[in-house]
Design a protein around this ligand. Structure first.
Ligand code: GLY
Length: 565
């Protein structure tokens, strides 16, 4: 597939995933005890109930993750993976990587047919599926930091799956928009279509009995309830049905992993960010180093100069992302040098305030001694003791591979597309990758998911993160800068117009109506090619004020919801 066709696919992904929205409209309400901000009202309410029953932020996060697997099947999941960043009130921080892994039978040429790279194979259908990590991750998080047992925190999700919930307008539309693809796969057709020529409507009660059974097995048997026994049988049977690669051994051997967050500093704030295989941490740390010397506050929010400085830093960070980043268990990533001052000062040497750098003239920088959905969802939680959790979780594309597991009721991810399936070829988000992110058995694919907890003077100040493929990184960054530089409140910082640059394609992408015509003209005069897109990510944030009061930033670009008390 040519680069332009892949770019078109990227843009269509953006268009198809924008839908009629019913996000909560917030005033400047604050909460004293606990707050849960997610993409969905049911999930936020479940998280709040867990907090009110004495659970901590990790208990609530696990409950929310399982609830989203029921109420947000396009991104919430047990058949996918994600990242969690934890900051405890005692100052301890940790990052949990429950990203999917390539199956042992995966090979770097698995998407090549007759010498041609077939990108559709890594995007839809059984070969797109990585070994799911969510169930192992949730159990590991609960074991280390939770106060409540698994059967208690998973119970609300089981109830919602068994008794059903009322579809919102956009939940019904999401399912209807994917009907043609679900119909290609028997189990998905059974689970996610009406079964006839009719369509789902707002208010329909959506029951998922098989999913309830699967969650019940996880509740009773923990990790074994998913990675072995009847659920593992069902996954392996689905692989056999469509000639997929995941085996019992892949399932048995899957392990989520605790990692050290990357810490970036800016204007007295410390950002604790998910490390690789998340690329967001390295990219944000680099961008903050690159913009450090510019008087951004004076330039003004979203002025042409402000957008230019940030876009040029984004361009350079994404060029580096494409070359250096991958699974740290497989490749050496020169993180310290990449995120350090002198390297990033060198990176902005070619920068001019008057003109955009053509991406074609820019590649990754030279590191000494160094031989690389939209449909993701993010939630933020703080409990009454001040423990904070940021989780970003995904099936990758909307509804992942579109393959569901027969008798087990859940969708499988299409995360294999996040590898550079053919180094040099763009993935569905137009991202180019290199060797560091090439497919290898057992390797994790590079991600843009960027759950972030920001502290100031040792206390949690912001819990941040976003959905939206590579736009996750730039949306999370802008939520942070909106407060750090411009002092915005949570809802303002979350609603504010955003923009995105990812090196290739060489276009500056503001969200729709995000930049005024005269600002765009000034940017075009500098040489930026502007391409407006409906959304630059969807973010669900929490800010903490000096008195410890919590306020929510619910993205008006989605159906997000804040539940606090
Ligand atoms: N699948 C989207 C991401 O991980 O970046």
């Amino acid at each position: 597939m040519t680069y332009n066709v892949r770019l078109l696919l990227l843009l269509l992904t953006v268009v198809f995933t924008s839908h009629s929205l019913s996000a909560q409209v917030l005033n400047s309400k604050t909460y004293e005890n606990g707050l849960v901000v997610t993409a969905d009202k049911y999930a936020s309410e479940i998280g709040k109930e867990i907090l009110m029953k004495g659970g901590n932020a990790v208990d609530a996060a696990v409950a929310v993750q399982f609830a989203l697997a029921v109420t947000l099947p396009r991104a919430g999941n047990i058949g996918g993976g994600g990242f969690m960043v934890v900051h405890l009130a005692n100052g301890e921080t940790a990052a949990l990587d429950f990203r999917e892994k390539a199956p042992q039978k995966a090979a770097r040429d698995m998407y090549i047919r007759n010498g041609q790279f077939k990108s559709d194979l890594s995007w839809e259908g059984i070969l797109a599926v990585g070994v799911p990590g969510t169930v192992d991750g949730m159990i590991k998080a609960l074991e280390r930091y939770g106060r409540m047992p698994l059967d208690v925190v998973i119970q609300p999700a089981i109830k919602l799956a068994r008794e059903g919930y009322s579809l919102s307008y956009s939940q019904a539309e999401d399912l209807n928009n994917h009907k043609d693809t679900f119909l290609k796969y028997q189990a998905s057709s059974n689970y996610f279509t009406t079964g006839d020529t009719t369509f789902f409507k707002e208010g329909d009660v959506f029951v998922q009995t098989d999913l309830a059974e699967t969650l019940e097995r996880v509740s009773r048997f923990g990790r074994e309830g998913f990675y072995s026994g009847p659920v593992a049988d069902a996954i392996v049977n689905e692989m056999e049905r469509y000639r997929g690669l995941i085996t019992y051994r892949d399932l048995r051997n899957y392990e989520s992993k605790w990692r050290e967050p990357i810490v970036a500093e800016y204007l007295g704030y410390k950002l604790h960010i998910m490390p690789p295989p998340s690329s967001g941490s390295v990219a944000i740390a680099q961008i903050l180093e690159m913009i450090d010397d510019y008087p951004l506050a004076e330039m003004g929010h979203n002025s042409a100069d402000y957008v230019h400085v940030l876009a040029e830093a984004m361009r350079r960070a994404f060029a580096d992302r494409s070359y250096y980043l991958g699974d740290p268990d497989f490749v050496d990533i020169p993180i310290e040098e990449m995120t350090g001052e002198s390297y990033n000062d060198r990176r902005v040497n070619s920068f001019s305030m008057d003109s955009a750098t053509a991406s074609s003239t820019l590649s990754h920088g030279q590191i000494q001694g160094y031989s690389e959905s939209m449909e993701t969802t993010h939630f933020s939680i703080i409990d009454k003791d001040g423990n904070a959790v940021a989780v970003t979780t995904t099936l990758n594309g909307s509804f992942g591979s579109h393959v569901s597991v027969t008798n087990a009721g859940f969708l499988l991810n299409n995360e294999m597309d996040d590898f550079s399936a053919q180094p040099g070829e763009p993935n569905a988000y137009g991202l180019i990758g290199a060797e560091a992110n090439a497919i290898e058995p057992g390797k994790r694919m590079l991600s843009s998911m960027t759950p972030t907890i920001v502290t100031k003077d040792g206390k949690v100040d912001m819990v941040l993160g976003a959905a939206g493929g590579p736009r996750i990184i730039t949306a999370t960054l802008q939520s942070f800068l909106n407060r750090a530089i411009f002092g915005m409140r949570a809802q303002q910082a979350t609603s504010a117009a955003r923009f995105h640059h990812q090196w290739l394609p060489d276009v500056l992408m503001p969200g729709q109506f995000g930049l005024s015509p005269d600002t765009k003209r000034l940017l075009e005069a500098k040489g930026h090619k502007i391409f407006e897109i409906p959304n630059v990510g969807r973010t669900h944030n929490i800010f903490v004020d000096q008195n410890g009061n919590l306020s929510a930033g619910v993205d008006p670009r989605g159906d997000g919801w804040a539940s606090g008390y």
